[in-house]
Design a protein around this ligand. Sequence first.
Ligand code: ATP
Length: 234
Amino acid sequence: MLELNLVNLFYNRIHALKDVSLTVGEGELVALIGANGAGKSSTLRAISGMHPIKSGAITFEGQNLSQVPGHLIIDLGIAHCPEGRQVFGRLSVKENLELGAFRRRDKAALKQDEEWVYTLFPLLADRNAQAAGTLSGGEQQMLAIARALMSRPRLLLFDEPSLGLAPLIVEQIFKVIKEIKDQGRTVLLVEQNAYQALHISDRAYVLETGMVKLSGTPQELLANEEVKRAYLGG
Ligand code: ATP
């Protein structure tokens, strides 16, 4: 479904992605793990057109994404849930969700999706008139995920959804991401929380200083001495 082939990305002279190649198959949940600054967010930014690539190719369902303007990538069925949540604080929960769906005209399906996200996150239904800025960090993360789902994406890009959240909330977030995959969506999940990410994913890639260092099934990576030492706390 998604393929990155020898992708290079720069921030001025900083070479953030070096010949990154990876694939995500339809219906897969693929994790991208690695330390701070390894290039995980940059990989997602490259896919969603938030930052141009210098060379290489990114294709989504056979279409070359570098020829698609960033603001149109959502129309292809890709939703990016960026790091730091970025919900609209003054708007209500409901209004935030509506913004996630603002390009859609399929009213019946939209209603279904609204019901689905409220089932995934019952708390958002209870608070739907509340200003998003008054929600806790975990609740805002849930809203950010719910908003991304409202565009009915086929591919979801999650950037560190567990960052800074309490353990119980982290568990809920991972459970929902697994549920989203089980509902047939495709997911590329960026996480520093390697242990949890590996437990819900089908395959994973390890990024190190802008390069793909390793890839494999969670079983392979969880058993890998290097991965254990560097990302799983020994
Ligand atoms: P983090 O978890 O900290 O976000 P990451 O693995 O997602 O880490 P990236 O954010 O992709 O890493 O950063 C890759 C490299 O690019 C790092 O060296 C980082 O300092 C640099 N970088 C990222 N964003 C910018 C920017 N806007 N301007 C300049 N350099 C940047």
